[in-house]
Design a binder for this molecule. Structure first.
Ligand SMILES: *Cc1c(COP(=O)(O)O)cnc(C)c1O
Length: 374
């Protein structure tokens, strides 16, 4: 096993056996757990409002993962809440055109429909990867915003974020990158997005109940969907104004202990070395696809050599993702069933998702291949 795999395992005195669901909810390290519990204790001992932590290091650690600064970070409760805070308060004139792909996450699609913008579907290729010529054409025809999920919840394809970022920047069009499935798994630096939407519990292995926005490209028309007192100043008798930086998006009340834990998780990711983690996970993904593709007639949905550890499998006739997940659970293997609602425009039937965290032994993947073949 690689050094990354060993260090990952050594940092966790307890982990569920056969855990293959990093893309759903990963396993926090002992340090992350201790930091969360320690802050909850402090809040009880001092009073919650007296135990105010300095989150600057946490913000810096997260921001550095995309090449941004601490003032660009806002903590929220989930990826969904972060996307809603960002898009819901972004003022665009009526008739504005927003480019998206059919691989987009279900809750983002619901939000986009509700906001009443003109939605422009951008073309994808046979692997559901965004077609860059199609994006070029879309930008030339006029777009006011582009939204892309770096990786979907339902497919291991890594979207060409750096190329998309370059095209959008050249065209002067803001670009929102959903990094809920990519930060901690694949390289995000270089995307040059205006805003990144992320979540704690997946590849970064932070606690549940925390999400975040990183907004290096803040412009005057941007504010939170629901203005908070902490993120705004009320200039009597004038109008309330957002504070500088991404703090305008941050919910004042929230699971502060989870934000501290997320910061510790981001720091641990830096210590492991992000590029070593990415390489290790790409290896794990390729190994998993090689072992699982064809087992019992199951078929891997993304290219076998895709550099991600998010592996999705389509069932053979006579089997279903639900049945296979139940058989896996009986063999102490934790995999996920992805319902079509996660990507309603792209997914026709539920797929089985296998997302090994760092340090997954090959034997666990071999055991799953046997379960699928049964
Ligand atoms: C999980 C996920 C989200 C939403 O994050 P939550 O924290 O569950 O709200 C958004 N986009 C993608 C691609 C995801 O995988």
């Amino acid at each position: 096993m690689s050094d990354v795999g060993q260090a990952w395992r050594a940092a966790r005195s307890v982990a569920p056996p056969g855990h293959l669901d990093a893309a759903g909810c990963n396993v926090p390290s002992d340090r992350v757990l201790d930091a969360v519990v320690a802050h909850l204790r402090l809040e009880r001992e001092r009073g919650g409002y007296a135990a105010v932590p300095d989150l600057t290091v946490a913000r810096s650690a997260l921001a550095a993962l995309v090449g941004a600064g601490p003032a660009d970070v806002a903590f929220l409760e989930s990826g969904t809440a972060a996307m809603a805070a960002l898009l819901g308060g972004w003022r665009f004139p009526p008739g504005s055109r927003v480019g998206y792909a059919r691989t987009e996450y279900g809750s983002t699609l619901m939000l986009l429909r509700r906001l009443g913008w003109n939605l422009v579907e951008l073309p994808v290729d046979g692997d559901a990867r965004l077609d860059l010529d199609g994006l070029r054409a879309g930008l030339a025809a006029g777009l006011d915003l582009v939204i892309v999920s770096h990786l979907g919840s339902h497919r291991g394809v890594v979207q060409p974020a750096a190329e998309i970022g370059t095209l959008c920047r050249t065209a002067g069009v803001p670009f929102v990158l959903d990094v809920c499935q990519s930060l901690g798994q694949v390289e995000v630096r270089g995307a040059g997005a205006s805003a990144y939407v992320g979540t704690s519990r997946k590849w970064l292995a932070g606690p549940r109940g925390a999400g975040f926005l990183i907004v290096p490209g803040l412009t005057p028309g941007m504010d939170a969907a629901a203005p908070t007192l902490g993120g705004h100043v009320w200039n009597e008798p004038g109008l309330p104004e957002p504070v500088p930086g991404a703090a305008r998006y941050e919910s004042s009340e929230g699971a502060i202990a989870a934000r501290i834990g997320l910061g510790v998780a981001a720091l641990e990711h830096h210590v492991l070395d992000p590029s070593a983690v990415h390489a290790h996970l790409a290896d794990l993904g390729r190994t998993a696809r090689g072992l699982l593709d064809g087992a019992g007639g199951w078929r891997v949905a993304e290219p076998l050599d895709e550099p991600s550890a998010l592996v999705t499998l389509e069932p053979p006739p006579g089997d279903t993702a639900e049945h296979a997940a139940a058989r896996a659970a009986a063999a102490s293997l934790l995999v996920n069933v992805v319902p079509t609602a996660r990507a309603p425009l792209d997914l026709r039937e539920p797929v089985l998702r296998v997302s090994p965290p760092p340090g997954t032994p090959v034997e666990t993947l071999q055991a799953l291949a046997r379960v699928l073949a049964d």
